[in-house]
Design a binder for this molecule. Structure first.
Ligand code: GTP
Ligand code: MG
Length: 386
């Protein structure tokens, strides 16, 4: 399962984001450092399922398929707050980041309201751009420290190593950080190794990209800050975790019909005057202005646009689209764009990879070769020696 980490200063809304995405009951409060240890929960990215194209009703083994939208599980980590100087041990330090070594990307939850300072304490007119910078610097520093620790024993003869040796050492030392060989090679090309800070920053950018979530967009001051910064930063999604929590809770109580990621909801139950007012505010201030609460969008954007994952549907029988137990389109897997069929077979099971014969495309019924590059929405059977 792909994992994604939520980072940011205290009070930015990381735990709120986790709760909004998963309804996991985590502690949320305006007191800085509410979260002391990482929380992990299963969230879902959403994508149109192929079941409607094939005109079948699917039975997902994991996640769900609702109204033709497939919910594909991912792991989401909510972390303690990061403050300036965390790499020197300030606040709760950065040690907890070691728990998220396996994450493939980070979502930086930023309090865009300007109503909390760098430590998460109440203030006014705080420059939110400072957070965007310092949190990224702290994360880069964490990378640098991991790399430094890894290179410690080679420190003396670093310069005498050949490029190949250096790549090998770095890949081995950094394998726990989900860093791949090509990431290391690209970083060496771009930044060299002489300046470890430059190298670490480049490697972090390539191997663990950061998406910015402009949170608390239900507040007017947040909207103003977002208008100022939205063109300056590329990967920035306006969001309101609090609004998403309210909508999902109202929906789970049967008060409204709401689908995560949608731009509207329908009232079904009897709302109190207070509930009606709160939901109306969300509709006017968030949904109408930004097209959604941004929570689902941030997850989908990170996985599909930034990480370039595609969705594929392996089946045991390409004609009937079934697994061996009779489930229709049982699996929707996230795979990195560029993955070949044989690589995919290995990722399911070493045995299937080793005994791989070919694939069969469920649409065309044609054979697929080992080096066939998987495409988004592919449905296929893998034929292997039994
Ligand atoms: N108005 C508004 N408030 C929000 C939103 N999201 C979170 N909050 C509030 O911000 C405060 C902090 O939220 P948390 O989710 O606990 O923040 P955190 O980033 O996990 O904080 P730490 O655990 O201390 O690092 C709480 O009072 C939340 O209710 C939002 O979208 N809008
Ligand atoms: Mg928290």
């Amino acid at each position: 399962m792909i994992e994604i980490g939520l980072v940011g200063k205290p009070n930015a809304g990381k735990s709120s984001f986790l709760k909004a995405a998963t309804l996991q009951d985590v502690k949320i409060s305006p007191i800085p450092f509410t979260t002391l240890k990482p929380n992990v929960a299963v969230a879902y990215v959403t994508k149109k399922c192929v079941c409607s194209e094939f005109n079948v009703k699917c039975n997902p083994r994991q996640g769900a398929c609702i109204n033709g939208i497939r919910f594909i599980p991912i792991g989401l980590w909510d972390l303690p707050g990061i403050v300036p100087g965390a790499h020197e041990g300030r606040g709760l330090g950065l040690k907890f980041l070691d728990d998220i070594r396996k994450t493939k990307a980070l979502i930086h939850v930023v309090d865009f309201s300007g109503l909390t300072d760098a430590e998460g304490r109440a203030t006014e007119n705080y420059d939110v751009e400072k957070d965007i910078r310092f949190v990224e610097e702290e994360i880069n520093n964490w990378f640098k420290e991991v790399i430094e620790r890894g290179l410690e024993k080679y420190k003396r003869n670093l310069r005498s190593l050949s490029r190949e040796e250096l790549v090998d050492i770095l890949v081995k030392q950094l394998s726990g950080l989900e860093v791949k060989k090509e990431d290391v090679e690209r970083s060496l090309d771009v930044a060299g190794i002489e300046n470890l800070e430059e190298f670490s920053k480049t490697l972090r950018e390539i191997s663990k990209p950061i998406v910015i979530v402009a949170n608390k967009m239900d507040l007017e001051s947040a909207q103003k800050n977002y208008e100022k910064l939205k063109t300056k930063y590329k990967n920035i999604i306006p969001a309101s975790a609090e609004s998403e929590i309210a909508l999902r809770l109202a929906s789970s109580k049967g008060l409204i019909e709401y689908f995560p990621g949608e731009k509207d909801f329908i009232v079904k139950g009897n709302l109190s005057e207070e509930q009606e007012k709160a939901l109306e505010m969300i509709k006017e201030n968030v949904l109408k202005k930004f097209g959604s609460t941004g929570i689902q969008k941030a997850l989908n954007f990170t996985v599909f646009e930034i990480l370039n994952f595609i969705v594929v549907y392996p089946v045991a029988d390409a004609n009937k689209l079934l697994d061996t137990k009779g489930n229709v389109l049982p699996d929707a897997f996230l795979v990195k764009k560029g993955t070949t069929l044989k690589e995919f077979a290995f990722s399911i099971h070493t045995d299937i990879g080793e005994k791989f014969i070919c694939g069969i495309d469920a649409r065309t019924k044609k054979k697929l070769s080992a080096d066939y590059e998987l495409k988004d929405n592919d449905v296929f059977e893998i034929v292997y020696r039994k």
